[in-house]
Ligand binder design. Structure first.
Ligand SMILES: Nc1nc2c([nH]c(=O)n2[C@@H]2O[C@H](COP(=O)(O)OP(=O)(O)OP(=O)(O)O)[C@@H](O)[C@H]2O)c(=O)[nH]1
Length: 127
């Protein structure tokens, strides 16, 4: 089963937002770029704006599409579409995640990312 997921690389003051999955989420304790599954009849961009509004209580502006990253979990195949984003209004806060933090590019690999996100974090270091 292929699951299509969008995620936001939110830049603010030259830092990137990371979100920690909470106890109520699968893969809890791992860090990810916030986002979620694309619903039927929804564009990836609309999905991402909706998910960020739900998860971080703010509005984002999508700036640029990055390459697609994929990961095979034991039970599912994730296709992860990241977008570079900026905050349009509001201040991000963890609504569904247990914690959020802002990381400089040089610190990106210091936290424990979901496996699919490790490659995105590496990609961003030279972005
Ligand atoms: N949001 C997000 N999900 C990711 C990332 N990397 C990654 O492997 N995933 C996986 O992609 C799937 C997305 O699920 P999700 O739980 O965030 O999405 P959702 O809010 O639409 O899910 P739900 O409505 O079923 O609870 C999960 O299996 C998650 O583990 C990432 O950076 N961000």
């Amino acid at each position: 089963m292929i699951i299509k997921v969008t995620c936001a690389i939110i830049f603010h003051n030259n830092k990137i937002l990371a979100a920690k999955r909470s106890n109520s989420m699968p893969h809890s304790g791992y860090w990810e770029f916030p986002g979620g599954k694309i619903e039927e009849n929804e564009s990836p961009e609309d999905c991402l704006i909706r998910e960020i509004n739900e998860e971080l209580d703010c509005l984002i502006e999508i700036k640029e599409q990055l390459p697609l990253f994929t990961h095979q979990f034991s039970d599912k195949h994730i296709e992860l579409q990241p977008y570079i984003c900026a905050i349009k209004s509001g201040t991000p806060r963890a609504v569904e995640h247990s914690e959020i933090k802002w990381l400089a590019k040089t610190d990106l690999l210091k936290i424990q990312w979901l496996p699919a996100d490790v490659d995105i974090a590496k990609f961003l270091q030279s972005f």
